[in-house]
Design a protein around this ligand. Structure first.
Ligand code: ADP
Ligand code: MG
Length: 340
């Protein structure tokens, strides 16, 4: 169980602008934290700084309140799997998993036994003597995971663990990672550009843009209370309604809407597509919209609406009893509105 703390971390690569700047983050012990952000936002840089593969220009990194800045990568106890931990193709699966133990001087019998046990845990028991080239992509990733975990690291670092997998394997790998993480209670950091990967894997998400932390919270927070329009958009938000907030009364040219709480410096509100409802009767927080298109998406329906010059998107589990071109009242529950 290890708490990782990043304090005012700045890292600049030679000849370029900063990759991460003034970065503060507490990564709680025994949980999964996702570092989420678009390509180039500094995620891999942070992971390498935590692993000890890079040194920050300034700031400190502690494991359980002890600075690890001058601890070399091999004795730091933060191990990377997947993207940066490709298996050795010339070694058998068992030798690959035992490799880290061999480097630590663990006797042969013992490391073979530990490797075999770890391969059981990643559901690759019996694959000991295969070569990695004789495994599928998903199986190779499990070898990589076993190889990282067998050394009993303090911190497990996973770079885009689900990205290269199809939907079915993704679900299997997610279950496996969460199961192992829970079993070993290992502090785990997942780096990803994919919000779905972060949401389904992590207990907490740190969202980065341009090398800086923009929002930290449980996955649901990013849907229910995004801190900015950019964050709402990153999480698939499409509905942004301009207006003026007076107290808890948000005035727009389409009507007035009551929001949860007063805030200053506000010019828009947003609502998730799944929170917009077709109104049963005229009430507060309604506006009249024309249905432009309804599309069956497999698990739900997606509806496009037009309100004068404003385009809106809603989703529903059941189809609408409304034809394209018809008008209806849409209802926006107060607790679903976020202003910024
Ligand atoms: P991410 O993993 O979020 O895609 P990175 O941490 O890899 O982002 O990169 C952050 C920024 O630092 C980017 O602008 C990238 O171009 C730059 N960068 C990354 N690695 C290097 C490097 N070795 N040399 C110079 N610039 C780099
Ligand atoms: Mg990266």
């Amino acid at each position: 169980m290890t708490t990782v703390q990043l304090s005012s971390i700045t890292k600049t690569y030679q000849g370029s602008d900063f990759a991460v700047r003034n970065f503060d983050l507490t990564i709680p012990s025994g949980k999964i934290t996702a570092l989420l952000g678009p390509s180039g936002s500094g995620k891999s840089t942070l992971l390498k700084l935590i692993a000890g593969l890079l040194t920050p220009d300034s700031g400190d990194i502690t494991f359980d309140d002890v600075s690890v800045i001058s601890t070399p990568a091999e004795s730091r106890g933060a191990v990377m799997a997947f993207q940066n931990n490709l298996v050795f193709p010339w070694m058998s699966v068992g030798e690959n998993v035992a490799f880290g133990l061999k480097m630590r001087g663990v006797p042969k019998k013992q490391r073979q036994q530990q490797a075999a046990e770890m391969l059981e845990l990643v559901q690759l028991g019996g694959f000991n003597n295969r070569k990695p080239t004789e495994l599928s992509g998903g199986q190779q990733q499990r070898v990589s995971l076993a190889r990282a975990l067998v050394t009993q690291p303090k911190v497990l670092l996973l770079d885009e663990p689900l990205s290269n997998l199809d939907a079915h394997l993704r679900d299997e790998m997610r279950t496996l990672i969460q199961g192992l993480q829970h079993k070993f209670e290992i502090t785990t950091i997942v780096v990803t550009h994919d919000q779905e990967e972060a949401v389904i894997l992590a207990d907490q998400i740190a969202l980065l843009f341009d090398g800086e932390l923009h929002q930290l919270g449980q996955p649901s927070t990013f849907y229910q209370q995004p801190a900015s329009r950019r964050i709402a958009e990153f999480f698939g938000g499409t509905n942004f309604i301009p207006g003026t907030l007076i107290g808890t009364d948000f005035r727009t040219i389409y009507g007035d809407f009551t929001v949860r709480e007063p805030r200053t410096g506000v010019s828009h509100f947003t609502i998730r597509p799944e929170r917009i409802q077709v109104a049963q009767a005229l009430s507060a927080n309604c506006l009249m919209a024309t249905l432009v298109e309804s599309t069956f998406m497999g698990t739900h329906y997606r509806h496009q609406w037009q309100v004068e010059t404003l385009a809106l998107v809603s989703t529903s589990v059941a189809p609408l009893t409304l034809a394209v071109g018809e008008e209806t009242l849409l209802y926006f529950p107060s607790d679903a509105l976020t202003c910024f």
